[in-house]
Design a protein around this ligand. Structure first.
Ligand SMILES: NC(=O)c1ccc[n+]([C@@H]2O[C@H](COP(=O)([O-])OP(=O)(O)OC[C@H]3O[C@@H](n4cnc5c(N)ncnc54)[C@H](OP(=O)(O)O)[C@@H]3O)[C@@H](O)[C@H]2O)c1
Length: 279
């Protein structure tokens, strides 16, 4: 691969769980990258469509991680507008991060598929990194992870596998027109994931289940915006109702190797110090 054939890529969510790992891989391999972030120059903000064209200018590929989630109202309009701007800028290759079991996300996938672009869709289960980089991190550090009652087991996928797949889809031929449904190798309950983290850290971390209504009430008592509370409850009660429990072979298809396990994620993340007690 010559330097001139390494085409410039906009990575949205570039400071987040998948995006920053993709930026790292592209940069290490010498691919020109533009950081898609509200704090980058030019600014990229999903809530400000006027920022999309400047961020896409000169790019021939894009990694699309829509926030807060493709399941929220308005995501389809945003994806349509973004793809219009991408095509107008001359982008040829788009890798879309999507979520399993979300009909709204699948409408966004269909929008991408309808375009004359080299598209790849990474339709992912919940990320293992939800325990180390945001949602459940606080609970892990506090020694008590609370969830609503009755959640189905989920085969959490490692963001390292997602980043590997996105890197390949952005830089190699052979992934256009492919939808990879990506999961980890084994469906685990929250009790099992928390036990795995406790084992890896050597710390006492409990998993506590509370009625769904109590969980919502606790979220509502914080200063979180109501639409974020709705999204979190949707992700728990709809996405984790059992529809996503089956394991898939999307990681194997995309990478030619099996997915990383949650136990491996937990050991690696503990060794990196992400769950060290706050000092
Ligand atoms: N987490 C999961 O388990 C999971 C599973 C399946 C699919 N997904 C999908 O993954 C995507 C990302 O979700 P995530 O929860 O994992 O988050 P994440 O990628 O870790 O989110 C943080 C990133 O979003 C960026 N961001 C936040 N608000 C933004 C805005 N208004 N405009 C532009 N960028 C913004 C942040 O950048 P700056 O702050 O630097 O602007 C940061 O890079 C969503 O589409 C979600 O549906 C997530």
């Amino acid at each position: 691969m010559t330097q001139s054939s390494k085409t410039p890529t906009l990575v949205t969510g570039a400071t987040g769980k998948t995006g920053r790992r993709i930026v790292q891989r592209l940069t290490d391999a010498g691919w020109p990258v533009r950081i898609g972030s509200r704090s980058a120059t030019p600014v990229f903000d999903w809530e400000r469509p006027e920022t999309w064209a400047p961020a896409l200018e000169g790019m021939t590929a894009a990694y699309v991680a829509y926030v807060p989630d493709l399941a929220v109202e308005g995501s389809l309009d945003a994806i349509r507008g973004f793809l219009d701007a991408a095509e107008a800028a001359g982008v040829r290759r788009v890798v879309l991060l999507s979520g399993r079991g979300e009909p709204e996300a699948q409408a966004c996938e269909d929008e991408l598929k309808s375009r004359d672009l080299e598209w790849t869709i990474l339709r992912c289960s919940w990320f293992a990194q939800n325990f180390s980089e945001n949602f459940f991190l606080e609970g892990v550090l506090a020694g008590e992870v609370v969830t609503p009652l009755g959640l189905a087991p989920d085969p959490l996928v490692d963001a390292e596998d997602i980043a590997d797949a996105a890197f390949r889809a952005l830089t190699e031929d052979g992934h256009a027109g492919r939808l990879y449904e990506m999961t980890g190798p084994q469906a685990l309950t929250f009790a099992e994931t928390v036990a795995e983290i406790a084992r890896a850290t050597g710390r006492d971390i409990r998993h506590v289940e509370v009625p769904v209504a109590d969980y919502r009430a606790a979220l509502e008592a914080t200063d979180l915006p109501p639409e974020y509370v709705d999204l979190v409850m949707y992700l728990f009660t709809t996405v984790l109702d059992g529809r996503n429990t089956p394991v898939t072979d999307g990681v194997q298809q995309a990478l030619g190797q099996p997915p990383r396990s949650f136990a491996e994620f937990a050991r690696r993340t503990a060794a990196e110090g992400a769950w060290d007690p706050p000092t």
